[in-house]
Design a protein around this ligand. Sequence first.
Ligand code: NAI
Ligand code: HPV
Length: 388
Amino acid sequence: MRNICCLNQISHYGTDRLTGDYKLVDDMKDAEGILVRSASLHETEFPAGLEAIARAGAGVNNIPLDECAKKGIVVFNTPGANKNGVKELVLAGLFLTSRDVVGGIEWCREHAGEEDISKKMEKSKKAFAGNEIRGKKLGVIGLGAIGCEVANAAAALGMEVYGYDPFISVNAAWMLSRSVKHIMDVNTIYKDCDYITVHVPLLDSTKEMINQAAFDQMKDGVVILNYARDLLVNDDDMAEALKSGKVKKYITDFPNAKTSAMDGVIATPHLGASTEESEDNCAVMAADELKDYLENGNIKNSVNYPACDMGICQVAGRIGLLHANIPNMIGQITSILAAEGINIANMTNKSRDKYAYTLLDLEDPAKAEAVSHLEKINGMYKVRVIKG
Ligand SMILES: NC(=O)C1=CN([C@@H]2O[C@H](COP(=O)(O)OP(=O)(O)OC[C@H]3O[C@@H](n4cnc5c(N)ncnc54)[C@H](O)[C@@H]3O)[C@@H](O)[C@H]2O)C=CC1
Ligand SMILES: O=C(O)C(=O)COP(=O)(O)O
């Protein structure tokens, strides 16, 4: 029986795939797999038997990726599975910041039930008037799954869209509407755009990228949309920018103690991916990734180990080795197996930054002694006997 611990509420479309050999458990102590959404795992003591963590979602800043890699724990996410949910909320954000819809709704609530509300509103409505987004310039920073969707949708709504992503994938570049202007220097977005939306992961390199230096270059009355992570924005600089009128509105899906109390902020409680459709997509993808890794050793959509797919094992044994990406690992692995008289039927070795993965199909099952020798190789993090 394989124990899977769900740390957040995961759509049943995902957990329904974990039947038969799988058991959903509340306590992670005997878990082979973890399914998680946004719960933070930074303070978690991972159990020795934990093989994989699947994040049903995109952002993995809640998971210590390096620590997991060194413990031989493969971390997955579900790229693109919630992109439409987020895109739709970003579009709502564009409309909510271009006109004072929220202020207007509040006004109607304040005057609810009054006989003369319809007369009064005709006098009061000018306070909530705004602009149309058509023809305005939108800067999209980060053209991954979500950024691309947002850029294309905004272009279809008649916005002039500027897109910036120095690391854009070939796939994303293919998806992008030809009308999106390719920007090579993010400062062009800061200088020219009326609306700026960030869709980058939270990394050391992106932390507080929206800061005083960026605001200094922006147009007066710019609107900032943040459906990515709160720490991408320097809150104190944002407070100043809102006060001075540099920023007209800041709409964020990630309010914190500071931003939630600022005038000019429209906040939603991390709702981007909270649609039935996105939750179902993420859960299914996460469960499938976890299953394929636990059952076959295949890795798809990992964020700390390379991709690897050898299908279902057709021979007597399969082992998966998670190790450092350093010289002579393959040499040592094959020597140990040769010394045990085990023939390798098929093998894949892939690396990703500091980490590497070797998946071996063996004509005879790996004996405990061979596994123990493999485990002793310097730089070996984990040896998994998948079959045999
Ligand atoms: N509000 C919500 O509920 C949700 C928020 N998110 C957030 O949105 C982020 C993006 O999600 P996806 O588009 O699915 O991820 P993705 O991985 O498909 O795209 C991220 C893009 O950012 C680019 N990038 C990285 N550093 C950059 C930089 N310095 N400047 C410009 N571009 C840079 C990458 O090249 C990549 O194309 C996630 O990491 C997460 O933090 C994601 C899903 C739901
Ligand atoms: O996928 C992401 O990065 C998200 O922010 C969505 O988080 P959630 O699954 O709604 O807790």
